[in-house]
Design a protein around this ligand. Structure first.
Ligand SMILES: C[S@@+](CC[C@H](N)C(=O)[O-])C[C@H]1O[C@@H](n2cnc3c(N)ncnc32)[C@H](O)[C@@H]1O
Length: 168
């Protein structure tokens, strides 16, 4: 879900902003709510199947890396590196293994550290150090990386998440 503040922040600072999600209802809602004439567009697509036809200054993945398999994640991280402009930033917020629901729910077969814990959605809980190593090995320089609370407090919940800013 794209909150109004997030849309405003990106749209004020950047010429073209594209929001991608594979959920048709969500994209229809967002287009209706925020997609007025301007520099914000939405696409109903699988972000792991995006092609190499555009270049980006910033790619922001908010709570989506834990919904894909580790194999697909590797593909997406490489895609991000290929398609960012030089000095572009890949910003990731994701559930890691310090997250409060890590280990809860049914394990997912053939996927390490994954559980059907998020209301039947697969949750693949990333290892913080491994994610940073993986980004480094692809060619990113880690500008900022932490795993802690306070990144996404919601009502009375303040869970632990990973936040990474990786630069090309
Ligand atoms: C936990 S929600 C996060 C939504 C939003 N990014 C936010 O920060 O509020 C995960 C979202 O990832 C989307 N998603 C999962 N896998 C996807 C994929 N391969 N391609 C596109 N969207 C995907 C789901 O449809 C869902 O809306």
């Amino acid at each position: 879900m794209w909150k109004r503040e997030r849309c405003n922040l990106f749209c004020k600072r950047h010429k073209n902003v594209l929001g991608v999600d594979q959920c048709e209802n969500e994209i229809a809602y967002l287009e209706n709510r925020y997609g007025k004439p301007g520099n914000l567009e939405f696409a109903c697509s699988d972000f792991s199947e995006l092609d190499d036809s555009s270049r980006y200054d910033i790619i922001y993945s908010r709570f989506t890396m834990h919904t894909i398999s580790s194999k697909t994640r590797k593909k997406v991280l490489k895609w991000a590196h290929r398609n960012l402009n030089t000095h572009g930033m890949f910003c990731i917020e994701v559930r890691g293994q310090k997250n409060e629901i890590f280990g809860k729910g049914e394990p997912v077969e053939d996927e390490k550290d994954a559980f059907y814990s998020l209301m039947t959605i697969i949750g693949v809980f990333l290892n913080f150090e491994n994610l940073c190593d993986q980004l480094n090995s692809i060619g990113f320089a880690i500008d900022y990386a932490e795993e802690k609370e306070r990144f996404a407090p919601f009502n009375n919940l303040d869970e632990t998440f990973i936040r990474v800013i990786a630069c090309k």
